[in-house]
Design a binder for this molecule. Sequence first.
Ligand code: APR
Length: 224
Amino acid sequence: MILTGAGISRESGLHTFRDADGVWSQVRLEDVATPEAFARDPARVQAFYNARRAQLSSVAPNAAHLALARFDRCFDGELLLVTQNVDDLHERAGSRRMLHMHGELRRVRCTACGLNPAWDGPITTGSACPGCGAVALRPDVVWFGEMPLHMPAIEQALSACDLFVSIGTSGTVYPAAGFVQTASGHALTLELNLEPSEGWTEFDESRHGPATLLVPAFVDELLG
Ligand code: APR
């Protein structure tokens, strides 16, 4: 089982959240990433995610995304890649056995009927749900205070895996930050991150450096 965070997309040009130049140093998460913020100022929240969605067309998967996609293609055993990222760089690289636990920028969710269709442009004040027609669309991302997606499948994979690899995540946001504890005991646990994360001592092994170097080398090791 592989968990990824914002660090894997950093070298594609997308900012992480908690590094010095990260997203949360430019905007307060309480203003854009909570249900309360959306209730208070929907236009601001939509503008924030519209800009992030638009940015996706100017970035491309990097060597780390491509290496994980190669692993997905070449590995016959069971595999689940869980990403906290809302970008689409893993699937554009070719990963298939994966889940977005924090949702996807390139989808919207209708708060009237629950449909979550693919969506490439901005959500505007006139945007209607393609299913029910309601003008009630929100970004299909999980905000602070909301339940991450696909948790039963993720917990099942965590309890059954024999290798757990965490890549490019600071290990500060739960439940993902607790996955290493769940996997410990029955699985070998490994962190690949630019620097030691919050919970690096929980891992059997922690390797430090940029994802575009560490991840391809690790995939070579696994497949070799
Ligand atoms: N290669 C590997 N790791 C990197 C790189 C790189 N090139 N650049 C930065 N990192 C590491 C940082 O050292 C940091 O530990 O990536 C981590 C990014 O941490 P965060 O910014 O906290 O991102 P993440 O862990 O994905 O955040 C979790 O928080 O705000 C929410 O919903 C958001 O999904 C996100 C969640």
